[in-house]
Ligand binder design. Structure first.
Ligand SMILES: Nc1ncnc2c1ncn2[C@@H]1O[C@H](COP(=O)(O)OP(=O)(O)OP(=O)(O)O)[C@@H](O)[C@H]1O
Ligand SMILES: [Mg+2]
Length: 234
């Protein structure tokens, strides 16, 4: 459960997140809104990459904003970036191990990396270098990095952007298995509304940094304000 209260992020005169309050309680939550709505900025605040001007954020009752990004990772928070961050000169295994090194005792690392690679079905290419991977494999490495150790909250910023339909379907099915397998909550940003409808039972819609809607995904996507602002309907 993520509880966001009166959160404001300001860069000069711009407020990409403006007095936002929202409680995200479902296992898989969607975060949608037009380009520039503040979605990535909100993930940046949750993961500790930007410091909000005001507000509170709690993850399962733990206050997040006082923690450094690394402390948040150790508390179970993981994120992927809108542009994938696979290290080209490291193997698939070592890309994932780089996260495990920060969150697990030495004796637990090898098993945890192996389990994450098994889960995303990259165990067959564990020794391949980052630069040899295609986009789909890169997206799967990013997911494995989010799952290694004991994730409690996984934030995914357009994780399947650029994938073809069959790859996107495989990715989606993996994501759907995460809450059961890892006991973690997910928040997913995606511009593909049908993908959000399929994966996410609860959805938050941002518009100009403000909460436009929050609730069960089907209701939110049927909301006339959402359809006007986001889906381009008049
Ligand atoms: N570091 C920054 N300094 C100044 N302005 C910023 C900064 N980061 C983001 N912004 C601005 O904040 C607003 C929200 O940007 P953000 O990237 O969060 O949007 P988004 O909803 O993720 O959009 P998209 O769907 O295009 O990824 C934009 O107007 C952006 O230009
Ligand atoms: Mg973004």
């Amino acid at each position: 459960m993520i509880a966001i209260t009166d959160l404001t992020i300001q860069f000069g005169g711009i407020k990409p997140v403006d007095n936002l309050s929202a409680r995200l309680s479902d296992p898989i939550c969607g975060l949608i809104g037009p380009n520039g709505a503040g979605k990535t900025t909100l993930l940046n605040a949750l993961s500790g990459f930007v410091r909000p001007r005001q507000g509170h954020v709690e993850l399962d009752g733990t206050s997040l904003l006082a923690l450094s990004p690394l402390e948040r990772v150790r508390a179970g928070l993981r994120r992927s970036f809108q542009t994938e961050q696979v290290v080209e000169d490291l193997t698939v295994h070592d890309n994932v191990a780089a996260i495990a090194d920060h969150v697990l005792a030495r004796a637990e690392r090898a098993d945890a990396v192996g389990q994450a690679l098994d889960f995303v079905r990259l165990d067959g290419v564990a020794r391949r270098l980052g630069r040899e991977l295609n986009l789909f494999q890169r997206r799967l490495v990013e997911l494995a990095k989010c799952l290694v150790g004991a994730p409690r909250l996984v934030l995914l910023d357009e994780p399947s952007a650029g994938l073809v339909q069959e790859e996107s379907a495989i990715f989606r099915d993996l994501v759907l298995r995460v809450p059961g397998h890892y006991a973690a909550q997910l928040v997913i940003i995606d511009h593909d509304v049908e993908l959000i409808r399929f994966m996410c039972s609860q959805t938050l819609v941002l518009d100009f940094g403000r909460r436009l809607a929050l609730g069960p995904t089907a209701e939110v996507l049927a909301d006339p304000d959402v359809r006007r602002a986001y889906l381009g309907e008049i």
